[in-house]
Write a protein that binds this ligand. Structure first.
Ligand SMILES: NC(=O)c1ccc[n+]([C@@H]2O[C@H](COP(=O)([O-])OP(=O)(O)OC[C@H]3O[C@@H](n4cnc5c(N)ncnc54)[C@H](OP(=O)(O)O)[C@@H]3O)[C@@H](O)[C@H]2O)c1
Length: 287
């Protein structure tokens, strides 16, 4: 076990599978206290047990929240704050591809609810702790597919025609617009926020949509995909490397700064998205 992250508290969402589980494992290997956020107690306990055994790090635990539920996100933030006085790294990694339009308990389209609003809400709720722990870091797992998206402010939730790829790509562009706006709001406070593309990675992201996707589409995708160890590299780099100390408001791939799509630098869209998201998540916009 390394010691670069000794004493640092890291919370990783979507850490029961794929890139998130590997990110949690690598941060644990570097000596961090790691909180795995999952939505199934059984699955989360199994991942935590495995990470503890593999890394020899005993300060790994899980907290439960279905990130499509705003109530559960609020409970997660409260539970975290009751137990931990500090938060050094928040990795917003949980994500879904939904082939069919579904709605969350809050009556919000699922892709938007989990991939964007969940990340927006948990970050905002933990911001005071991150600020009190500065220098601290927020890492948002986006995707290169954001470059194919536009934010459709007239129909964010695909009410008038749902296309799974458009919904996914839009949510990933939202991750980057949010990153840019948050970086501006946190300027000079000592909390950095960056987004990243993990690569095409062998995970279960597409497989969760029924047998066709499990047995045909995901295996075909996986033929050209990299391992989860490679997929987690940029998340771990942004969460822990001294090289990116103080770097904020950027987009990364392969542990290097990349330029995100022109649409992601639209300041008016960044601000408007913040207002709309705050309203949907029941937060006051104090920006
Ligand atoms: N794989 C790729 O090629 C690729 C490329 C670009 C970007 N990404 C991004 O990478 C991130 C991780 O995806 P992955 O590829 O590692 O996929 P994955 O293996 O399917 O992992 C997704 C994680 O998100 C969690 N999650 C899903 N819905 C949730 C909810 N309602 N509440 C709480 N947690 C929830 C899952 O929990 P359960 O285990 O309980 O389902 C799982 O831990 C995503 O943001 C994705 O958009 C992936």
């Amino acid at each position: 076990m390394g010691n670069r992250m000794n004493g640092k508290v890291c919370l990783v969402t979507g850490a029961t599978s794929g890139i998130g589980a590997e990110t949690a494992r690598q941060l644990a290997r570097l000596g961090a206290t790691v909180i795995v956020v999952g939505r199934s107690a059984e699955k989360s306990a199994a991942v935590v047990g495995q990470i503890r055994r593999q890394t020899g790090n005993s300060v790994v635990e899980f907290m439960l929240a279905d990130l499509s539920s705003q109530k559960e996100i609020r409970e997660l933030a409260q539970q975290f704050k009751r137990k931990y006085p500090r938060l050094d790294v928040l990795v917003n990694n949980a994500g879904v591809v939904m082939m069919h339009r579904q709605k969350s308990v809050d009556d919000i389209e699922m892709t938007w609810a989990i991939n964007h609003l969940g990340c927006f809400l948990i970050t905002n709720l933990l911001l005071d702790t991150l600020i009190a722990s500065a220098p601290s870091r927020i890492v948002n797992v986006a995707s290169a597919l954001h470059a194919r998206a536009k934010i459709n402010f007239c129909d964010l939730q695909g009410k008038h025609g749902y296309n799974p790829l458009n919904a996914y790509n839009q949510s990933k562009l939202a991750n980057i617009l949010f990153t840019h706006e948050l970086a501006r709001r946190l300027d000079g406070i000592g909390v950095t926020v960056n987004a990243l593309h993990p690569g095409s990675v062998r995970t279960n992201l597409i497989a969760r949509n029924g047998w066709l996707f499990k047995w045909i589409v995901q295996p075909l995708f996986n033929l050209q995909a990299v391992s989860v160890a490679q997929g987690a590299q940029t998340s771990v780099y942004l969460a822990s490397s001294p090289e990116v100390e103080g770097v904020t408001g950027k987009y990364f791939g392969k542990c290097q700064e990349w330029r995100s799509s022109p649409a992601s630098y639209d300041e008016a869209a960044q601000k408007h998205l913040w207002q709309v998201s705050a309203e949907m998540a029941g937060l006051k916009d104090e920006g």
